[in-house]
Design a protein around this ligand. Structure first.
Ligand code: AP5
Length: 218
């Protein structure tokens, strides 16, 4: 059983690394961004409420997110989960702690992916995603086997609307103001592990597995 949080700026590689973590340890990947995009695609009330915040690079209000993610965590298998994109404010982190404590549970580790803003800008503008299965590619760093098509299901890859440079700049500003303090919160209240997220994707995965294997074997 493992309960993990992946923290980091937009484009730090949370989604990329989460997919590898869930494959290795059999956990459920709970990405707040992916869940919100699905709600939007299905035109639900939540999806429609979230739209303008997401497209401007701001955060969706805490009360909507906490309810959505609490529901998702309830569905996680016994093996555990990895949270990607949640919590993103100190208030969300406190709500998560309270929800877990009320069920006699706790987080095992918070992995904090550290990266510079300029690297983020390069990664985001080159990112392509599969609208069907959520797989993530990059036009130079992580190419699909066939240009523009998903390796898993052949779907046409898309560029996310919030990956335009002006929205990425706003997302970075939001991250520094509201999400960086979450790392400080966990530094005081939990187990946080800083991971250098600037290098090669496989090397970053290896250093994450090194940390997580300790919990898997416990
Ligand atoms: P969300 O979808 O969570 O976006 P994000 O945190 O900004 O993260 P990304 O998915 O953009 O990046 P990532 O770190 O997963 O990077 P990836 O692996 O794809 O949220 C979207 C929006 O929803 C938010 O702006 C907000 O409005 C709302 N929202 C979501 N959660 C919320 C919450 N809790 N509260 C309030 N609002 C919320 O990698 C990026 C690219 O780089 C890819 O192309 C990848 O191939 C490439 N890459 C990855 N690693 C490397 C590497 N090591 N070297 C070279 N290239 C790499």
């Amino acid at each position: 059983m493992m309960r993990i949080v992946l923290l980091g700026a937009p484009g730090a590689g949370k989604g990329t690394q989460c997919k590898r973590i869930v494959d290795r340890y059999g956990l459920m990947h709970l990405s707040s961004g992916d869940i919100l995009r699905k709600e939007r695609a299905e035109k639900t009330e939540l999806g429609q409420k979230a739209e303008s915040y997401m497209d401007s690079g701001g955060l969706v209000p805490d009360e909507l997110i906490v309810e959505m993610m609490s529901g998702a965590i309830e569905q996680a298998p016994a093996a555990g989960f990895v949270l990607d994109g949640f919590p993103r404010t100190v208030n969300q982190a406190k709500e998560l702690d309270e929800a877990l404590t009320s069920k006699d549970k706790h987080l095992d580790i918070v992995l904090n992916l550290m990266i510079d803003d300029q690297v983020v800008m390069d990664r985001m503008t080159g990112r392509r995603s599969c609208p069907k299965c959520g797989a993530v590619y990059h036009i130079t760093n992580l190419k699909p086997k066939v240009d523009g098509k998903c390796d898993n299901d052949g779907a046409e890859l898309i560029q996310r609307p919030d990956d335009r440079p002006e929205v990425v700049a706003e997302r970075l500003k939001t991250y520094h103001e509201q999400t960086e303090p979450v790392a400080d919160y966990y530094r005081e209240n939990g187990t946080i592990c800083d991971v250098d997220a600037r290098g090669d994707i496989d090397e970053i995965t290896a250093s994450i597995f090194e940390q997580l294997d300790v919990f898997a074997q416990a």
